[in-house]
Design a protein around this ligand. Structure first.
Ligand code: WTA
Length: 637
């Protein structure tokens, strides 16, 4: 196995080296993998124009071979995936590296038998079952591009993503056990695919046994198809810069974009960051509670851990089922050593008190992780004290779908932590804090917008089908730099603290949501003329969604109207995008040029109208009073 950083001095030295000699540094990391053909050049980039970034240029490899075949000799009988089902009394499933390899080979053969070729897109709309990880790795094995869509998205959202990627195959399950619910998954796919001409095959993994419709010639059972093929498969050679996956994520505009990641750089970076940030050791059991539908699951349930030869635990259920002790029960049961979750889950569990924690032996845990949003100090302290016995390091990992791997994170037990601070950059990550005029702010004790000024191996390569959009979204605010969209403070010790998004993206329970996306859905209601959505601080979810809505005719029954709006959002996007508050207003605070002053809407949603700033440029300043008057929260004036 590759070496890892052991001391803070080593971290400093490695960081220095990664800046002075990025190519030498990353080439050394890349050496530990299997390359069918070595690269000609470590990095070629064009001043972030576009961007055009090539890592390990002309290198040939297969990432599934590196996740699986590479370990067979030394770790063949070691558990690769431990799968913990939704029901605590259903037996957990362990797949060793050998077994996982065989299953991936089988499914790779199935995909090929269905005509899937290198470069084709395959959409995976599945619950947290081992077949989802198997399907990802099987796509990678044949050089196909996976596009995982979180199974909580609606059929409309799914159809949009299938069509955008022009996927020809969709892999799904009959249903999904999730907490006390039994969710119909295939039915959503049926509705979506009815609007997707590109799809010719749907493969269905049987999970819940509910009755589903199987369309003749289009739909096939996973278990039947794998029984027809061999469990041997020679991985297809791909180029280092060939597409590995597309993952849709929300931004400032109404339509989600397909973030594209390629193979070689992604492989090197997810492996490196996984091993170093968590200080992973050979026999550790590692559990990341994220869903594979998000980037965290891609990089730190599947690829990072498997590349490192780790044991990665996958959980089907939810933290509060059958009760709020489930996480800790699973930690005890599987003797989890590294536990990685989201602040929203911690806050939700905090509310149930420590009695659910105390029942379990958590002494196996040696490192904790946090991801998805800034972790507030209270949650950090609770996590540290109650789950980490006051001694486990907390690895607060700051990163994004677009970055595919950690940007800022302490190395467990090596970097001195500070609650609520992501601390210091990973080697290879050259940060810049920028002011609104486009100047880099030097020194400590400063605040501004967070950018990255040099490519790292797993930077996004494009947004699928629209390179211009990628350029405009990430590389145009600050020329020649990647702009994260986050605000950031560098404190007196040079530690970084993320202050949250500075664009129109809100973060609900660690899920990214574009305000425009939610507005578009609300505007589908026949009685809605216009709407404006903002985030507001929410005790459990981090941010909640507050919608201001102008109606054509004042609804007779506002409650009924709200219920209709929520139904539309569930249909257009999914339940995760449902606003917490919907306020009917007669107008929105707009400037004379017609721009909505969201700052005002945010202040009201926060319940604080004391510092509204200059409202004299508003077309109709009186609208602000009306909005405060009708606010759905108490507003301090
Ligand atoms: C936020 C999730 C503070 C941030 C991996 C970022 C965080 C967005 C942290 C990306 C953290 C994620 N501290 N903020 N540790 N982790 N964020 O693409 O605003 O789903 O831009 O990737 O989440 O969300 P995404």
């Amino acid at each position: 196995m590759a070496t890892r950083i052991r001391t803070f001095e080593e971290y400093r030295a490695e960081y220095e080296r990664s800046v002075k000699d990025p190519e030498g540094f990353w080439a050394e990391q890349a050496e530990t993998f299997v390359w069918r053909k070595k690269w000609d050049k470590v990095l070629e980039w064009d001043q972030f124009e576009g961007p055009k970034v090539d890592w390990f240029k002309n290198g040939k490899l297969n990432i599934s071979e590196n996740c699986l075949d590479r370990h067979l000799e030394t770790r063949g009988d070691k558990p690769a995936i431990i799968w913990e089902p939704n029901e605590p009394n259903e037996e957990a499933v362990t797949l060793t590296y050998k077994q996982l390899h065989a299953k991936v080979c089988e499914f790779a053969n199935v995909l090929e038998a269905k005509g899937v070729k290198k470069g084709d897109r395959v959409c995976l709309y599945m619950p947290m079952i081992p077949e989802l990880a198997i399907a990802c790795l099987a796509c990678a094995r044949i050089g196909a591009v996976h596009s995982v869509v979180f199974a909580g998205f609606s059929s409309t959202a799914l159809a949009d993503r299938i069509n955008d990627a022009q996927a020809k195959v969709v892999v799904t399950s009959d249903g999904n056990f999730r907490g006390a619910k039994n969710i119909a998954v295939k039915a959503v796919v049926d509705q979506a695919v009815a609007n997707c001409d590109c799809v010719d095959t749907v493969i269905v993994s049987q999970r819940t046994g509910i009755d589903i419709e199987m369309v003749d010639g289009r739909d096939f059972w996973w278990h039947e198809e794998v029984s027809k093929v061999s469990d041997k498969h020679e991985a297809v050679e791909v180029d280092s810069e060939d597409m590995l996956f597309i993952l849709y994520t929300s931004g400032s505009t109404g339509t989600p974009k397909g973030v594209v990641h390629t193979t070689g750089g992604y492989m090197v970076y997810t492996d490196y960051t996984f091993r170093n940030a968590f200080q992973y050791e050979e026999n550790d059991v590692y559990w990341c509670t994220a869903d594979i539908g998000w980037i965290t699951g891609h990089s730190y349930i599947i690829y990072g851990p498997l590349l490192a030869g780790a044991t990665s635990l996958m959980f089907e259920g939810v933290p509060t089922y059958p009760d709020a002790g489930r996480f800790w029960e699973v930690c005890e049961k599987h003797k989890v050593n590294i536990f990685y979750t989201a602040p929203t889950a911690i806050r939700a569990l905090m509310a149930y008190g420590t009695e659910f924690v105390e029942k379990y032996d958590l002494s196996s845990i040696k490192a904790l992780g946090s991801v998805g949003e800034p972790i507030n100090e209270e949650a950090w302290e609770w996590y540290h004290k109650n789950i980490g016995a006051g001694k486990c390091p907390i690895v607060d990992t700051y990163w994004q779908t677009e970055t595919a791997g950690f940007l800022i994170a302490p190395l467990a037990g090596i970097t001195k932590e500070k609650p609520a601070h992501a601390t210091l950059p990973m080697p290879g990550i050259q940060l810049a804090i920028m002011d609104n005029e486009g100047n880099e702010i030097e020194g400590n004790d400063v605040e501004g917008n967070l950018c990255i000024k040099f490519p790292w191996p797993s930077i996004l390569r494009t947004t699928y089908g629209d390179h211009e959009r990628c350029k405009n979204t990430y590389f145009s605010t600050y020329p020649n730099k990647y702009f994260t969209g986050d605000g950031c403070r560098r404190d007196e010790d040079g530690y970084y603290r993320i202050t949250g998004r500075v664009d129109d993206v809100i973060n609900v329970s660690g899920h990214r949501m574009g305000t425009a996306e939610v507005e578009n859905a609300i505007n589908e209601h026949p009685n809605v003329v216009e709407s404006a959505v903002v985030g507001f601080p929410h005790e459990i979810k981090g941010q909640g969604i507050y919608a201001y809505v102008i109606c054509d005719a004042k609804p007779e029954n506002e409650e009924a109207f709200r219920a209709e709006v929520l139904k539309i959002i569930t249909k257009e996007i999914g339940p995760i995008a449902k606003p917490d508050k919907i306020q009917v207003v007669s107008g929105l605070p707009k400037t004379r040029s017609g721009k909505i002053m969201r700052r005002i809407l945010r202040k009201v949603a926060e319940g604080d109208a004391t510092n509204m700033g200059d409202t004299s440029t508003l077309l109709d300043p009186s609208i602000v009073d009306e909005i405060i008057e009708g606010a759905l929260v108490p507003v301090k004036q």
